[in-house]
Design a protein around this ligand. Structure first.
Ligand SMILES: CC(C)(COP(=O)(O)OP(=O)(O)OC[C@H]1O[C@@H](n2cnc3c(N)ncnc32)[C@H](O)[C@@H]1OP(=O)(O)O)[C@@H](O)C(=O)NCCC(=O)NCCS
Length: 379
């Protein structure tokens, strides 16, 4: 007889951990990190400060933030072995796959590879945050045959990413837009990739394994991969001159889901989408290329009305990233560049009060005891 209750599909509504990191009210559209509303953080904070908040549980003082930013800047370096691994990747390799494999390899050169204490994991969180941004930017330059660009200690994390990616110091507007996007993507409670990270960490594996698991989970189009899928649709509409509403109606007629819409937890507007919509609009008009925002808006109005679905974090991040000059296949890696802060915060929280995560499955296979039929009697 079974000893477990049948699960809801996809563990919907199941509370699987206690956590003091991220608060979500899906009915009211509220998201807060350590109790602080995401709108306040988006308006006033920086990605560096948000990392501190997630990892230390409170906002830093001015001196603490300065020290922390200096440490992050000091860790903005990659071992020659990692650069060589990036150079060896075939030029057609997807940046998300390169990121997953390279992050796994970072452990070879991590000075605390075999240490799983809180202190070591905090150091690893800082290192991984610095390194992930470099890996994404450097792989893009390597695949395009461009020279690597040294980080600049005077720039923020967002500014450094843009500098290392494009080779040019970013405008203040671009740096701030990316900074806000990084804040908005930093954490989101037990989303699929964070859950994957916590499951791996709970076996007392290590931080690099947990983050590698998370990157694999983030890649899928039902999770972080959705932002790339959104832009593919915008591009297809632009290239064919199709009417955006007719285009998505066609997708729905084929029973396809529209990427960038719907959410397991939010039943109202995703608060991150509010900022990204505004950012997409502003960047579109300041760059003189507002067509991506306009196509997006038409799709959103139709899907809101017709399907009663709201845009999620991925919908307007697509046009925002494109307008910032970021290639389509870097959108999901860029999500990881931010979410590393949340993944590592959750790994540390998991280890602070760890127990192996090992649920049960409701067995629905052939009845026990099925016979083992010898080979010569099988049909
Ligand atoms: C986010 C997502 C995976 C949540 O999935 P979920 O909680 O399992 O919800 P379901 O897929 O069961 O969807 C519930 C209903 O809404 C519909 N729906 C959900 N998202 C939809 C979308 N983006 N486009 C069209 N219909 C959608 C489903 O078809 C389903 O309808 P039905 O009950 O008539 O079959 C889902 O909304 C989705 O696939 N969205 C597109 C991918 C995306 O943007 N992912 C990023 C999330 S931040």
């Amino acid at each position: 007889m079974s000893t477990v209750t049948p699960p809801t599909r996809g563990l919907e509504g199941v509370v699987a951990a206690n956590s003091a990191i991220c608060y979500i009210d899906g009915e009211k559209g509220v998201l807060a990190y350590r109790g602080i509303d995401i709108h306040e953080l988006a308006d006033n904070s920086t990605f560096e400060e948000t990392c501190y908040l997630l990892w230390f549980g409170r906002l830093p003082t001015r001196a603490e933030l300065k020290d922390f930013s200096t440490t992050l800047a000091r860790e903005r370096k990659l071992d020659a072995g990692i650069i060589s691994l990036l150079r060896q990747a075939p030029k057609h390799a997807l940046p998300m796959d390169v990121l997953r494999t390279t992050v796994s390899a970072l452990s070879y050169w991590d000075p605390e590879e075999k240490v799983n204490t809180r202190e070591a994991n905090l150091n690893k969180s800082i290192r991984l945050t610095a390194q992930l941004a470099m890996i994404v930017a450097y792989y893009d330059r390597i695949r395009k045959g461009r020279p690597l660009v040294e980080p600049d200690r005077a720039l923020s994390h967002a500014g450094n990413f843009l500098l290392m990616l494009t080779g040019k110091p970013p405008s203040k507007a671009a740096e701030r837009a990316l900074d806000v996007a990084l804040i908005l993507h930093a954490d989101h409670e037990l989303n699929a990739s964070t859950f994957a990270a916590r499951v791996t960490a709970a076996t007392l594996s290590d931080m690099h394994s947990a983050v590698t698991s998370a990157i694999g989970a983030l890649k899928g189009p039902l999770h972080g991969g959705a932002n790339e899928a959104v832009f593919r649709i915008l591009e297809a509409i632009d290239a064919s001159g199709a009417d955006p509403v007719e285009y998505v109606k066609g997708m729905l007629a084929q029973k396809k889901k529209i990427p960038g819409f719907g959410h397991r937890v939010y039943h109202t507007e995703d608060p991150r989408a509010t900022h990204l919509r505004q950012m997409s609009r502003e960047l579109g008009s300041s760059s003189g290329e507002s067509k991506w925002f306009e196509i997006s808006r038409k799709i959103e109005e139709f899907i809101n009305k017709d399907k009663k679905l709201n845009a999620n974090v991925d919908f307007y991040s697509a046009s925002t990233y494109h307008t910032l000059g970021i290639d389509l296949d870097l959108f999901t890696p860029l999500f990881a560049v931010s979410r590393i802060s949340g993944w590592t915060a959750h790994v540390m929280e998991q280890l602070d009060d760890n127990r192996l995560i090992r649920p049960r499955a409701e067995y629905v296979g052939p009845a026990y005891l099925a016979p083992y039929v010898p080979m010569d009697r099988r049909q």
